[in-house]
Design a protein around this ligand. Structure first.
Ligand code: SF4
Ligand code: SF4
Length: 141
């Protein structure tokens, strides 16, 4: 009889506190070029990325919590914020092999490329858009 494969048990004591090293905040879904350019501005900052999951947009900031100790424990465990208490190990960063992002932008260049495809390709052969662009450049002088 084939032996059942033992389920791998994971506990926080085996982890370096992966969930205490970033913040993911929901942001408004961008609609126009200006909105996407605002996101590009987020992405010029170090440690910032943006991802889309289940249609929702998130700003991800890599920034270690100041209460994560050198041995990866929470220094304020008894009074840690509710959001930390609600974070469950079954869906956490250590137990999930991969996150199912629909889109991921790791830096401003990636957003720039995306914006070119999303906005500029549709306008490249449109003469009115070109003249608008010229006007803008002119105004900036
Ligand atoms: S919840 Fe997951 S990511 Fe957070 S410390 Fe525990 S095992 Fe690590
Ligand atoms: S307060 Fe504690 S549990 Fe919450 S992020 Fe900081 S170290 Fe982690």
């Amino acid at each position: 009889m084939a032996k059942k494969k033992a389920k791998k048990k994971v506990s926080c004591s085996q982890c370096t506190g992966l969930c205490c090293r970033y913040m993911a905040l929901p942001i408004e879904t961008p609609e126009d070029r200006e909105d996407f350019d605002d996101i590009r501005w987020y992405l010029v900052h170090r440690g910032v990325s943006v991802f889309v999951e289940d249609g929702d947009w998130y700003l991800n900031i890599e920034n270690r919590c100041k209460y994560l100790s050198k041995d990866h424990r929470c220094k304020i465990y008894d009074k840690r914020p509710q959001i930390c208490r609600d974070h469950k190990i079954k869906d956490c960063e250590l137990t999930h092999d991969e996150f199912d992002y629909e889109m991921y932008f790791g830096n401003d260049k990636q957003m720039e490329e995306y914006m070119k495809i999303k906005f500029d390709n549709n306008h490249l052969h449109h003469p009115r858009s070109k003249s608008k662009l010229k006007k803008r450049i002119h105004k900036k002088k």
